[in-house]
Design a binder for this molecule. Structure first.
Ligand SMILES: *Cc1c(COP(=O)(O)O)cnc(C)c1O
Length: 357
């Protein structure tokens, strides 16, 4: 690839041993990708360099005004040794949607994808071989202009970090308890809920930590105006199976358009299921529960793939879903998506992208 320089590390780190507990996002590989943007020049100086801290001004716009976006994706090692990505161009397209909202310049999707592949190939020996482990990839854009005025920056940094990560469910796929949040909100229409940007996560941490203390894994966000309609969960989209209909909230600008969400909708529709994207109130969910029509609830996202929900707590009401067991549609989707991601089955054209020399 032209205009991508590579500077190899002189001090390669020891890779985690096979079978080591990796957790999520705390170990980083030997290299990272960086690229600068300067107003009047555009993106330039894409480079793979040894992984390590960088120097930016404490007055950088990302630090004060959260002018930043990020992505989350994975590189998977198939049993036959192939290195695979899952719909990676979707991540860079989404990053451009986030960037537009946050006044960060557009990226060249093809260039980023090729640069990512080059980085993943260089770091391929870091992709864990353990079952359900992967190399988590974190593209990010930050405003780095040194200026305290509240205005979009003239200078940006794009980076990709690679972090070998273990299975999301250390003890196997298990239903989680979810707390329906009625005090705090995450996003409103017209705001930045549809963008993968830091502020959405900073503002979610208090509710998340209160829910944690009460024994819940995540919070379910309701719409920011009426606190009536279902939005999404933490860093996952959410699906409900109600009387045979699979319902997920419509993309109204306040929720993140998940690539796992989109893939699930496409797979299920192809298989003949009835999938509806619409407004869904927590009231409707509770009513369907009371009359025995709430069959399954599950979250979807790159990290967990599918996260079955065993319990929903809304005010004084506790809804135990499918006997606190994994439902058939959740189990089917988990198997199908992970089979495609790890290259055990082929999947729809273009979903699985092999990284080669
Ligand atoms: C990343 C994310 C998701 C899931 O998106 P995927 O592309 O499926 O990983 C859902 N909601 C939020 C808020 C997210 O940040």
């Amino acid at each position: 690839m032209e205009n991508l320089s590579v500077q190899l590390t002189q001090n390669p780190k020891e890779k985690p041993a096979k079978g080591a507990k990796l957790g999520f996002g705390s170990v980083f590989t030997d290299h990272m990708l960086l690229m600068d943007y300067d107003k009047g020049i555009g993106w330039h100086d894409a480079r793979i360099v040894p992984y390590g801290p960088i120097s930016i001004s404490l007055a950088a716009t990302c630090l004060h005004y959260a002018q930043e976006t990020f992505e989350g994706m994975k590189a998977y090692r198939a049993e036959d040794g192939r290195v695979l990505l899952f719909r990676p161009e979707e991540n860079f397209k989404r990053m451009n949607i986030s960037n537009e909202r946050m006044c960060i310049p557009q990226l060249d999707v093809d260039f980023c994808l090729n640069a990512l592949k080059k980085l993943v190939w260089l770091e391929r020996d870091w992709i864990p071989e353990d079952k359900e482990s992967s190399l988590y990839l974190r593209p990010m854009c930050i405003g780095v202009e040194s200026k305290l005025g509240v205005k979009d920056a003239d200078n940006y940094l794009f980076a990709i970090l690679c972090s070998p990560s273990g299975p999301y469910y250390a003890t196997g796929l298990k239903p989680v308890k979810i707390y329906v949040e009625e005090q705090y909100v995450r996003a409103v229409r017209g705001g930045v809920g549809f963008a993968k940007t830091g502020g959405n996560y900073a503002c979610s941490m208090l509710a998340q930590s209160v829910a944690h203390e009460k024994g819940y894994a995540q919070v379910l966000w309701l719409d920011g105006v009426e606190k009536k309609y279902i939005g999404e969960v933490g860093a996952m989209n959410i699906f409900f199976v109600i009387d045979g209909e699979i319902v997920t909230p419509e993309l109204d600008g306040s929720i993140l358009s998940g690539i796992t969400r989109k893939s699930i909708i496409e797979l299920l529709r192809h298989e003949g299921y009835r999938v509806t994207e619409r407004k869904l109130s927590i009231q409707e969910v509770a009513e369907s529960y009371r009359c025995g029509k709430l069959q399954e609830v599950f979250g979807s996202g790159t990290a967990a793939v599918i996260s079955p929900v065993g319990e929903l707590k809304w005010g004084d009401e506790v809804m135990i879903i499918n006997n606190n067991e994994i439902g058939p549609i959740s189990a089917h989707l988990y198997q199908e998506l992970t089979d495609i991601q790890w290259g055990r089955v082929k999947g729809p054209e273009g979903w699985s992208v092999e990284v080669k020399e």
